[in-house]
Design a protein around this ligand. Structure first.
Ligand SMILES: Cc1cc2nc3c(=O)[nH]c(=O)nc-3n(C[C@H](O)[C@H](O)[C@H](O)COP(=O)(O)OP(=O)(O)OC[C@H]3O[C@@H](n4cnc5c(N)ncnc54)[C@H](O)[C@@H]3O)c2cc1C
Length: 469
């Protein structure tokens, strides 16, 4: 019998296990995959390495930051961030700067963008704007033109729903506003005030890929006699006489039962509710069934030519399905040991979309055709592969918070079950947030405090989209 079973060896689960390493508790971490790191894993195909998408580690939580550096030691490399947006065959700075956004689209479009912006600000000042959703919020702050050019396409590629179906709170937490006075100042004196250099301009990266951090966590946890059991999918959880019985399926589909007194879960919330076989109130089931996740496809292609020096490029162009492209040699030279360049091209879709069921060969051909449309250059492909990441993004459709509240209230009645991480809490959490939830859950479990993991990442404070100062 285990004191605690942690479902998922991603950042949340491994950080929780790490915090429990000296606790004398009998802890087991289970993951269905054959590798740790969850969505932050690094895929290794022989000598080719790729992250499933660009992973920049950044946090304002000092404790989490110290932990990151403690585990990585000399394996952390410092990266100067360069990211741009591709739109209408032109590149724009990311985070967007006012000068670039207002004036980068040619004279006529820039004038129209300027007018649309001034119109929106006056409307807002006179309190004529109604703000019900993400689109309303962005149009109110930046004008319809900027919204159409720099927010709509990419946001809809990622989330798969119309911007009018995304809550305005989500925008307010993540997008920095741009005051009319700042915009005018930039227009008249474009070089008067540069975006201040912050931690966002530089970040640390594990030299062999984002997943290296999690492999090192695994080593450290295992040395402390906490087992991380891979290829172990939890397919049901049942509570019998105060003991959880977990049915676990290995890679040969053989089933075994594991008993535990407590559970932390970081697998998708909807999935956990589906596999939890003990009485669940019907309103919780229907709240869970209202949640939707977005799937993510990574097409990995290594080529023999450097196409760009950005860490990644956002593809806003609506005629391309691709959402982002990253070259991992622009993160760390150790990501390639020859003159080859490992790229990940990212696509988002729902489970029933054609893209999700397209076979790997056709996906790679399609991604390559989009790559050639963007760069129009000759290169040779030396390796390619596909990774499919189901339920990678919790869809933040208007009203989802109400469903989460119902589920959260129910979870609070179950003191021996704790939701942690990104998919587990249905939150748009990054690695550092996922780590903090694992850390706090572990401390609560040990009686070392009264933390609220749900309070992590409530302000989304560093998700910049446009920078006004
Ligand atoms: C494309 C993309 C780009 C990102 N970029 C960044 C970035 O730049 N910076 C950043 O900090 N974060 C980034 N993130 C977010 C980051 O990857 C996540 O925040 C982090 O991985 C969440 O950790 P987690 O442990 O909560 O969940 P996950 O990483 O999802 O791990 C959950 C684990 O649970 C396992 N699991 C699921 N079901 C079961 C089951 N039934 N039984 C056993 N195991 C199961 C899974 O295999 C997985 O390993 C990005 C995410 C994506 C998808």
């Amino acid at each position: 019998m285990y004191d605690l079973v942690i479902i998922g060896a991603g950042p949340a689960g491994l950080t929780a296990a790490y915090e429990l390493r000296d606790s004398n508790k009998k802890v087991l971490v289970l993951d269905k995959k054959n590798q740790v790191g969850g969505l932050a894993e690094t895929k290794v195909f022989g000598k080719y390495r790729y992250d499933i998408g660009p992973h920049r580690f950044f946090t304002k939580n000092k404790e989490v930051y110290d932990l990151f550096l403690e585990i990585l030691g000399d394996d952390a490399v410092e990266v100067n961030r360069k990211t741009r947006i591709l739109f209408k065959n032109s590149y724009f700075d990311y985070p967007l700067t006012p000068v670039n956004a207002l004036f980068g689209l040619g004279v006529i479009e820039s004038i129209l963008t300027g007018f649309s912006y001034i119109f929106a600000r006056i409307k807002s000042y006179l309190k004529f704007s109604k703000i019900n959703n993400f689109e309303d919020w962005v149009v109110d702050k930046f004008g319809k033109k900027l919204f159409n050019n720099f927010f709509k396409n990419y946001t809809e590629k990622v989330w798969g729903i119309d911007c009018s179906e995304i809550g305005s709170d989500w925008a307010a937490q993540r997008i920095k506003g741009l005051s009319l006075s700042t915009a005018i100042k930039f227009a008249l004196f474009p070089n008067s005030k540069k975006r201040p250099k912050t931690l966002v301009d530089k970040f640390y990266y594990p030299k062999l890929g984002a997943g290296m951090l999690w492999e090192k966590f695994e080593d450290s946890i295992s040395k402390n006699e906490i087992e991380v059991r891979k290829e172990s999918k939890v397919s049901s959880v049942e509570l019998k006489e105060d003991v959880f019985n977990l049915t676990v399926e290995n890679s040969n589909a053989a089933l075994s039962t594991i008993k535990a007194k407590n559970i932390f879960f970081s697998n998708p919330l909807l999935e956990f509710i589906n596999i939890y076989k003990t009485d669940i109130p019907s309103e919780v089931v229907s709240a869970a069934n209202s949640l939707n996740y977005r799937n993510h496809i990574s097409v990995h292609i290594t080529i023999d030519k450097k196409l760009f020096d950005d860490n990644w490029i956002y593809i806003h162009s609506p005629d391309l399905k691709m959402a982002r492209i990253a070259d991992f040699t622009n993160f760390s030279e150790f990501m390639s040991n020859e003159n080859t360049y490992p790229l990940t091209l990212e696509y988002f879709c729902f489970e029933n979309d054609e893209l999700w069921t397209t076979d790997n060969k056709n996906l790679i051909e399609f991604a390559l055709s989009e790559l050639m449309t963007i760069f129009e250059e000759e290169f040779n492909v030396v390796h390619s592969a596909v990774t499919r990441n189901p339920k990678a993004y919790p869809v933040i459709k208007t009203g989802y918070e109400e469903h989460i509240k119902i589920i959260k209230n129910w979870l609070e009645t179950l003191p021996n079950i704790t939701a942690i991480g990104r998919s587990g809490m249905f939150k748009y959490n990054n690695q550092d947030h996922a780590m903090a939830t694992g850390l706090y859950a572990a401390r609560n479990y040990l009686g070392l405090g009264n933390y609220d993991p749900w309070e992590v990442n409530v302000d989304g404070e560093y998700h910049e989209e446009i920078s006004g100062d």
